[in-house]
Design a protein around this ligand. Structure first.
Ligand code: ATP
Ligand code: MG
Length: 357
């Protein structure tokens, strides 16, 4: 009879935490995959330099922020260190032609998109069973900075932060709520929700607020502003690790359960804006109300259902793609996850399988 009793609460948390680590570890990219991607980056950089000699091609997004899963796509950004450069539109057209001629990639240039990019895919091969998908954009310096910010957050508490983020990325993909084009939220949006939760909701916090820490030296506007936005944050993680210790000792499992409960029940979707820079803000003060039907945008009612402030581009709602139905589905998924975990099933591994089923 004793053996059949439900494991105690702490036992369940320990089991579930272990299962979460084991689960995400097997989904990390292999060394080989990372090497292939780095080789691809170098090859593309070499080719781009035949058009723009002073250019650099840098990784951003998951390949560069520590939240990469196996077979995730590559986000690349081309920076041109010269004053006389081609427009992004012209570059996309020229680069598209060049890559079409010189490489085995399938090339799709989108020169007239809001952000002009070249989309590339490589067919699967024995060494690369899933192929490669890659987007090349231009001069997207803010994306490089927000990638660096997320990477610093990941490094402060790698075990808890990376495990939570990686699990939520897999979960949101498997539950089909990770498609901005279909009205749900991007991976970037989910990462911001996790960081917001760990900085501003948990008490004591699991992470410090890197954008509000006192700088070590006086800073000037010139070295903090990128594209007109203040991108300063405390980025000396090594120093931070010696100076800052979280008083929060909850396990990954407890944090995850609380995360689901918070976004299922407590976050004020109707009036609130999640800001990792400033905590909970009001839609009203940001001018992001839902009911601006007579406003500038025809679809403004859809635009601000779920409000997540970009860490640097403060006038940009990262959740703007989330529609009414999308938010309903996402919240439904948070509730479902919360319910599955609240039942504390006898075996944590079954709970995880259930969650992602
Ligand atoms: P995945 O592994 O699912 O591709 P990812 O970590 O690469 O996840 P994405 O959502 O693909 O995340 O975003 C990649 C990068 O693009 C982000 O780090 C961010 O710099 C930028 N980005 C993506 N979506 C937005 C957005 N809505 N607003 C601003 N920047 C964004
Ligand atoms: Mg990506």
């Amino acid at each position: 009879l004793v053996a059949r009793r439900l494991p105690s609460r702490n036992r369940f948390y320990a089991d579930l935490s272990q299962c979460l680590f084991d689960f995400v570890i097997q989904l990390l990219p292999t060394q080989e995959e990372m090497q292939v991607k780095e080789d691809v980056r170098k090859l593309l950089e070499r080719l781009i330099r035949t058009i723009e000699p002073d250019s650099r091609l840098l990784s951003f997004g998951s390949t560069a922020n520590g939240f990469s899963l196996r077979n995730s796509d590559m986000d690349l950004c081309c920076l041109i260190d010269s004053d006389e450069r081609l427009s992004a539109t012209d570059l996309v057209i020229m680069l598209g032609d060049l890559l079409e001629r010189e490489t085995k990639f399938h090339v799709k240039p989108l020169p007239h998109a809001r952000i002009p990019i070249v989309k590339l895919t490589l067919d699967p091969s024995p060494g690369l069973p899933q192929g490669i998908a890659c987007d090349i954009g231009f001069e997207n310096r803010l994306a490089l900075e927000n990638t660096r910010l997320l990477m610093c957050y990941a490094m402060i508490d790698p075990t808890r932060v990376r495990t939570m983020v990686l699990f939520l990325k897999v979960w949101s993909k498997r539950r089909k709520i990770n498609s901005p084009y279909k009205g749900t939220l991007s991976s970037y949006g989910y990462v911001l929700l996790v960081i917001y939760f760990l900085v501003h909701v948990k008490n004591p916090p699991v992470l410090p607020n890197l954008q509000q820490m006192p700088p070590l030296r006086p800073i000037t506007k010139e070295d903090t502003h990128v594209a007109g936005y203040n991108t300063w944050f405390f980025d000396d993680v090594e120093l931070l690790r010696t100076r800052w210790h979280s008083e929060n000792n909850e396990s990954v499992a407890e944090l995850l359960i609380d995360f689901f409960r918070y976004y299922a029940r407590d976050f004020s979707y109707n009036t609130g804006v999640a800001s990792i820079r400033a905590g909970l803000l009001k839609k009203l003060t940001k001018g992001w109300q839902n009911d601006l039907s007579a406003g500038r945008y025809h679809d403004s009612r859809e635009r601000n259902r779920l409000c997540i402030e970009d860490p640097f581009e403060l006038d940009f709602n990262v959740g703007r793609c989330v529609t009414k139905d999308g938010l309903y589905t996402i919240r439904g998924e948070f509730m479902r996850a919360s319910r599955i975990l609240a039942n504390r099933p006898e075996r944590a591994v079954i709970a995880l399988a259930d969650l992602c089923a």
